[in-house]
Design a protein. Structure first.
Length: 346
């Protein structure tokens, strides 16, 4: 049995040990390095950084067409990983006749929350009031605007990607495969940078993501077989081309990205549902082959056993990997293995 003196000494030693542990914990919270090899699961959890928040600026005018403003929403990380970030311009779908820039808010926040990207989701002119190539002119004006506003939004003007779905994918693919032609570029005004650029602003993009967008408009029109499908196809494309596609063959061909492919094209990521009954999967297969034959980088990712429009965590990861590889030069191999969708777009 211990004496009173031994008990007092034991208690004093234990008090000193507890105080030392508490002091060490406070020092760790203040930023001191932990002892090498010491387990610190609680300290690691408490020291983890807060998630990056997405700051949204809505309704920014990026150009004017026919006296009316065309608007974009800008999504930025509150803690960017660099002073200048790549930008991703999102173009929504809707058969060229409907849709809103709000659709981009379903996909862009996942990219922006990494701290590595600025997102822009745009509106564009619809049919039947505006026929092709008004939609492409709008998208090109948006890319030029992103470059003009690079300083304001922390954008690297040399790293701009475009991401489109369905009709937006067709527009995005045309952005990627056409460049420098005045008829394709359009003449919509661009915002003026406080310091005039040394050379005219370019609408060239450095990467393209196409979700189930038609890249061969002739083959797209011909894919309709039943009377109902043919009627629906005419409803989509007659207003776009200001007449039935067979009667507007030159314009239809000029709106087909597959006919503009060459070795100078930026990298493409094509994602497409293998059971798409609106835009056949084989159109993306043909575009992929055409890009590779021309010497342009392309990855085709099938969305297994899925139709038109898709969402899913693995789909998000595949897009992020592609953009990181081509806009951040990350040493990543972007897999072409099929992915599974989890749901259709909201």
């Amino acid at each position: 049995m211990r004496s009173d003196r031994d008990l007092k000494a034991h208690r004093r030693a234990r008090t000193i040990a507890v105080a030392a542990v508490l002091l060490a914990g406070l020092s760790g919270c203040a930023g001191a390095q932990a002892t090498a090899g010491a387990p610190e699961p609680r300290a690691a959890a408490s020291a983890s950084p807060r998630p990056i928040a997405v700051v949204v600026e809505r309704g920014v005018e990026y150009t004017r067409a026919g006296g009316e403003a065309l608007l974009a929403d800008v999504l930025r990380p509150d803690r960017p990983s660099a002073a200048r970030l790549p930008a991703v311009v999102y173009i929504h779908g809707g058969s060229w006749r409907r849709g809103t820039r709000e659709q981009g808010h379903e996909l862009l926040p996942q990219l922006v929350a990494t701290g590595r990207y600025v997102g822009l989701t745009i509106e564009y002119r619809f049919t039947p009031a505006f026929s092709w190539p008004a939609q492409l002119h709008d998208a090109r004006a948006a890319v030029r605007w992103a470059r003009a506003a690079a300083g304001r939004y922390g954008i690297d003007p040399e790293r701009i990607a475009v991401w489109g779905e369905s009709a937006g994918g067709q527009i995005a693919s045309m952005l990627g495969t056409t460049d420098g032609d005045a008829a394709i570029e359009g003449d919509l005004p661009s915002p003026q940078d406080p310091r005039p650029p040394a050379r005219p602003l370019s609408s060239r993009v450095q990467a393209v993501v196409n979700f189930c967008g038609p890249t061969d408009m002739e083959a797209f029109f011909a894919s309709a077989s039943t009377p109902e499908e043919i009627a629906e196809m005419h409803g989509r494309l007659d207003p776009l081309f200001n007449g039935p596609p067979p009667e507007r063959a030159d314009l239809v061909r000029s709106a087909s990205a597959i006919h503009h492919v060459d070795a100078r094209d930026p990298p493409f990521l094509l994602m497409h549902g293998t059971r798409d009954e609106v835009v056949p999967y084989r159109l993306s297969e043909a575009m992929h082959r055409a890009l590779l034959r021309a010497g342009a980088p392309s990855v085709l990712v099938p969305v297994a056993a899925w139709g038109h429009g898709f969402r899913g965590a693995e789909i998000d990861r595949r897009v992020l990997a592609f953009l990181d590889r081509h806009l951040w030069s990350a040493p990543i191999v972007v897999s072409s293995e099929p992915v599974r969708a989890e749901r259709t777009p909201d």
